[in-house]
Ligand binder design. Structure first.
Ligand code: NAD
Length: 509
């Protein structure tokens, strides 16, 4: 049986081991989830939400302790773990408590005049078993929030957390047991790629995946075999555009936090920064100064912890070394420790758009900065990327900031802030281009865990409809007349149309 080793990346401390799920366990989890679906999907939404309330109370009570355990598993500082893993989760739960009833209620929509006297509804129906496959960078909330969204919508769930952070996977499993949720409503399968593949092959009714573009493509290809709907939340190369009229001190504070939070291992982190040439000297001085003041350590009294995945350090190194070899300069940082998982926060200048550091997802504490001379150039540079997850625009001119924000090819844009759009559960979240397919969070994001069933309801009191058999010359005149009347520039009545309409109406009864 394959085993996952749990280790604190910041200290190297061994935290135990965890058995990977076997193929039989994957099958059993699927059978349990299917069996539980028939009851859970019929459980009143208010009762489903009660479980979330219990979870919220549990997290509010034990949040600090849980955040500490997440720190141990990831190397991130514990305040960061609390803010970004626990706080965001309880805030989302409260959002569902307040709004899920309305978002999932049967919705009556208008019916066009020609379909009188029918009524139309949308019914949001749970899909079945949802597979959630999650990454290691925010291993708690990027697993728990999709799981809760799927559960609120009436699905049962199988979660496959990341093998890079198995201790958090186990923590989540224990948490759901502590609530406790009914058997089979949520199962957690520990393991790596093979377990993920086995889960996809077990044919869930929806796959919600967060991770890399490469894996997302593989999952989508495997899901296509059985036409399983997929939602893909993938990588990013998020641009930050600082216009010359920005509040520079605020922008510098944001750039430093946005690039270095969680050691830059954030799908929405500031991965490339474009600053107007007029603001560049002052801005560079500010970001350099602020970066120099950051404390690196673990798990408390520091701003930056360690990297989580040793493989990621390899990618960051390739990007930085290539940039330096092509003429970039490290204003601060830039060196790689011989051992250990702490990477120094690094600012690179003299970078060019062709460098990997400006093209590919780096996912490390690196802030590469370039200048631009016009708004158009900034937009062009920002959009010249295969990714489109998040972006930020900095200007004190509201109209200008909105204009630039709306020109960006990005699923999410922050104005005078970074990353934070994700924190508002009212907003849908997801990417464009290679950053993903689909949205979660917000009303449409919750409804994405359902099938929207369109129901049209005729009173059923007339014996036929105008479009039914047998076809007649009167029907032809009626449709030509109606088309002209309702959709033409000006009505042209063919002779005999009014009589035909009258006879067709009589035929209905
Ligand atoms: P990854 O793609 O390596 O792994 C993600 C998950 O997929 C893991 O649980 C892994 O075990 C599983 N997996 C791997 N191969 C699989 C397969 N063939 N079939 C089924 N499951 C498989 O990603 P990662 O390294 O864990 O996460 C980092 C990436 O995630 C970055 O690119 C980051 O930008 C992205 N990310 C995106 C978002 C977002 O919301 N858009 C959020 C966080 C991270």
């Amino acid at each position: 049986m394959a085993v996952l080793s749990m280790q604190n990346p910041a200290t190297g401390e061994h935290l135990g081991s965890l058995a990977e799920a076997t193929p039989e366990q994957v099958q059993r989890a699927m059978a349990l989830a299917r069996a539980a679906f028939s009851t859970w999907s019929k459980t009143a939404l208010a009762d489903r939400l009660d479980y979330l309330v219990r979870l919220r109370h549990y997290l509010a009570q034990h949040g600090e302790e849980i955040a500490h355990k997440i720190s141990q598993d990831t190397g991130k500082v514990s305040l960061e773990a609390f803010m970004t893993e626990i706080f965001v989760t309880v805030d989302t739960i409260r959002y569902y408590e307040k709004h899920a009833q309305q978002m999932l209620a049967v919705q009556e929509v208008a019916t066009t005049l020609v379909l009188w006297p029918k009524k139309s509804y949308i019914h949001y129906k749970p899909m079945g078993v949802v597979a959630v496959i999650s990454p290691w960078n925010y291993p708690f909330q990027l697993a728990v929030i999709p799981v809760l969204s799927a559960l609120v919508a009436g699905n049962t769930v199988i979660l496959k957390p990341s093998e890079v952070t198995p201790a958090t996977g186990r923590l989540i499993e224990e948490l759901f047991r502590a609530i406790p949720l009914p058997d089979g409503v949520i199962s957690v399968l520990h393991g790596g790629r093979e377990v993920g593949q086995a889960l996809v092959s077990a044919r869930p009714d929806k796959i919600f995946f967060t991770g890399s573009v490469a894996t997302g493509k593989k999952i989508m290809a495997a899901a296509a075999e059985h036409l399983i709907p997929v939602e893909l939340e993938l990588g990013g190369k998020d641009p930050m555009i600082v216009l010359e009229d920005a509040h520079l001190e605020r922008a510098a504070n944001a750039a430093v936090w946005g690039a270095f939070t969680n050691s830059g291992q954030v799908c929405m982190s500031v991965e490339r920064l474009y600053v107007h040439e007029k603001a560049y000297p002052a801005f560079l001085e500010l970001v350099t100064q602020k970066t120099a003041g950051l404390r690196q350590g673990f798990p408390d009294q520091a701003e930056i912890g360690s990297m989580t995945s040793p493989e990621q350090i390899g990618i960051v190194r390739v990007h930085v070394e290539e940039a330096l070899s092509l003429g970039a300069k490290a204003v601060i940082g830039g060196s790689f420790p011989k051992e250990g998982m702490f990477l120094p926060p690094t600012i690179l200048t003299d970078v060019t758009p062709a460098m990997k550091i400006m093209q590919e997802e780096t996912f490390g504490p690196i802030l590469p900065i370039m200048t631009f001379s016009s708004e158009e150039e900034a937009i062009r540079l920002a959009n010249a990327s295969p990714y489109g997850l998040n972006a930020s625009v900095w200007s004190q001119d509201k109209r200008r900031a909105r204009r630039v924000a709306e020109s960006l090819e990005s699923g999410n844009v922050c104005i005078n802030d970074v990353i934070i759009s994700y924190a508002n559960p009212h907003l849908p979240f997801g990417g464009v281009k290679q950053s993903g397919i689909g949205r979660y969070r917000g009303p449409s994001g919750l409804q994405a865990f359902t099938h929207s069933i369109s129901i049209i309801h005729d009173p059923g009191t007339r014996k036929r409809e105008v479009n039914w058999y047998p076809y007649t010359e009167d029907q032809r005149l009626l449709f030509l007349g109606l088309t002209n009347l309702l959709y033409g520039r000006k009505p042209i009545w063919k002779p005999g149309t009014l009589g035909a309409i009258w006879r067709e109406i009589k035929r209905l009864f």
